[in-house]
Design a protein. Structure first.
Length: 238
């Protein structure tokens, strides 16, 4: 959002203590350099390797992706309160869907490595009405965690404050709810962790460091666009 808040980390009770993410503190400065140059990349790779050796690769990946509530200028910041967008969506759900009995939900994304193949992420409890309905729509194997991890290339991060759960809870007293986050695989293969994190680092750099008037801005924006909505034929033909 305009406040650097990830809406899929924001829908929770901000009067309660936020979920902790202590390992993010150790990686924040690596992800948020003043300049994205060779020196910053080397530092990210070297210090990242040290953290992986100490904590394990999955722990580091999870710390980066799960969301954090301590660094407003950082990755996947969940905010200090409900964003206007979250509050507005919550109000729409409460009023416009007050008489609904069945609600379907799709949250479209792009970004994982691939050529347009779809990844379906369902967050309803196993054997629940919502999960069963989603399996009928897209297939049990499609929603299977092992299949999702294989397509994604790693385990999915810990979740907090996602829109899916927020809407599901808001409707829980009067409607069944089923759906998924649907990811279009769009990104080109990455050679290392710095490459995998580069687009997110560019987005953050444009917001907090260089701005859209910086000499690098045009090329950075083109790189970001190519990662999320590529022009390559192999993606557009899928």
């Amino acid at each position: 959002t305009e406040n650097n808040v990830d809406l899929n980390r924001n829908w929770l009770d901000h009067t309660q203590p936020h979920p902790e993410n202590p390992l993010y503190e150790q990686v924040h400065t690596l992800l948020c350099p003043k300049r994205i140059d060779e020196k910053a990349v080397r530092r990210l790779l070297n210090e990242g390797a040290r953290l992986i050796a100490k904590h394990g690769q999955w722990a580091l990946e999870d710390a980066i992706s799960r969301g954090q509530y301590s660094h407003p200028d950082g990755f996947h910041y969940g905010g200090a309160s409900l964003e206007w967008s979250t509050s507005t969506l919550k109000s729409i759900v409460k009023h416009d869907l007050a008489s609904a009995r069945q609600v379907a939900f799709v949250d479209w994304h792009t970004g994982p490595v691939g050529d347009g193949e779809l990844i379906f992420l369902n967050f309803s409890p196993p054997r629940s009405v919502g999960r069963t309905q989603a399996e009928q729509w897209w297939g049990r194997d499609t929603l299977n965690a092992a299949h999702v991890d294989q397509l994604w290339g790693s385990k999915r991060p810990t979740r907090n404050g996602i829109l899916f759960w927020g809407i599901e809870e808001a409707l829980s007293t009067h409607a069944t709810f089923a759906g998924a986050v649907v990811e279009f695989r769009s990104s080109s293969p990455k050679s290392n962790a710095a490459d995998a994190l580069r687009v997110s680092m560019l987005e953050r750099w444009l917001r907090f460091e260089g701005g859209l008037d910086a000499p690098e801005a045009a090329s950075y924006l083109a790189e970001i666009r190519e990662d999320y909505a590529p022009n390559r034929e192999s993606f557009r033909e899928t």
